[in-house]
Design a protein around this ligand. Sequence first.
Ligand SMILES: *Cc1c(COP(=O)(O)O)cnc(C)c1O
Length: 475
Amino acid sequence: MEPLNKSLLRSLPKVDDLLKNPSILELMPKIPRTVIVDAVRRAIEVKRQEILAGSYTGGPEDLEQLVVQKAIELSKEEIKPNLRRVINATGVVLHTNLGRALLSCSAKEAVEAVASSYCNLEINLNSGKRGSRYEPVEELITRLTGAEAALVVNNNAAAVLLALGTMAKGKEVIVSRGQLVEIGGSFRIPEVMAQSGALLVEVGATNKTHPQDYQKAITAETALLLHVHTSNYRIVGFTRETTVEELVQIGAERQIPVMSDLGSGFLVDLAPYGLPQEPSVQEVVAAGADVVTFSGDKLLGGPQAGIIVGKRKWIDQMKKNPLTRAIRINKFTVAALEATLREYIDQDNVLKNIPTIRMLTEAPAAVKDRAEKLLALLKEKITSPAQIDLAPGTSQVGGGSMPTAELPTYLVTCVAEHLSVEELSVRLRLAEPAVVGRVQDNKYQVDLRTVQPEEIEPLADVMSRIINSREGTGR
Ligand SMILES: *Cc1c(COP(=O)(O)O)cnc(C)c1O
């Protein structure tokens, strides 16, 4: 070993001394001591390795400061939460990988109110006796949907599992071949059916299923006619699906209940805002379906939940199924769902206050305002050569809902001269706040439909910081 290395190694600061360094002491109230001590040890080790590898270029007198800097960086990295907020610049409103629906302010406040307080989750404050956790939302759901009874479980996949297991365990369930859908990876109708203990009876063809197909398939073992809303894809052209109304008619003749899995059930008509005409939960209930299931965090715009509405006879049986206990909702879901549903009492509030609905129905001109604001800020802040433009584009509903809907939107597109589009995308993902946008046509694209007004400034800051800096990601 060269003498220079030896003297550098000897100059490496000691853990105990570093723990008295003012910059390190400053971290103490905010970061656990054990994390800091560990970071200091690792920081010394990093510098030791640099010295041994001959890549350390500073002098012995710089070592303490460099180790301190590294230790601060490592400490901060260590306490950074693994789950953190992300600016959604994809334009996909119900982005399942980004957590689907944003809660309304009222829902957020309702969650906060019960988070670190006790609440009357299962106690009836009038009688002082045991109450049901479903009570706060049941009445609202039945009022809004017109159904006799309601139950809420962890998510819609669980709702379907519970409904099938309760209504058709060991019996046959008839489903159209055109409705044997897969919804995001692990939820496939045939597999959920197998899990529930019900036996799948497929009828019709991929593109066409007629009422007679169901009628012919009915046996003494038939327990249910299932209609699945093929929410995430469309078969177009020579097609025919049997409607819920037709199934209800067949079911009535043969005394067999009908269930409709709506997936992204919604309570307000979005067709006036340019979205596809699809049946609402109320319409499917009114059509006579015995049981209807839908998600809480798709078009309803609430917390993750699976909402089951329908005839009291079936809902009561589901409540008694032991599976219900395993997939029950927690107090946060009850709080957020109640507040979300209360917004639906007045339709004007829905459009204003439910972020999902607000984003889906927002006029392109309003999105353009935000795009122009971001564009102006970027032009002001970015000093490195880059091409920043405003362009029209299309946003998607997402969450497997309304796959054919194209929402006109505005994008801010960005190409930096010294940074590839891929690299820019990676660095924005790793930044604070993290940003997830689109890479298309060799441009980084920010779709303003899903960027909230208060996120414009932080977004401009983080984008300009990355484009202006010339360091690599080290990846
Ligand atoms: C999304 C969806 C589900 C699953 O709902 P989760 O709330 O994601 O569990 C089930 N069925 C249909 C038709 C869906 O669209």
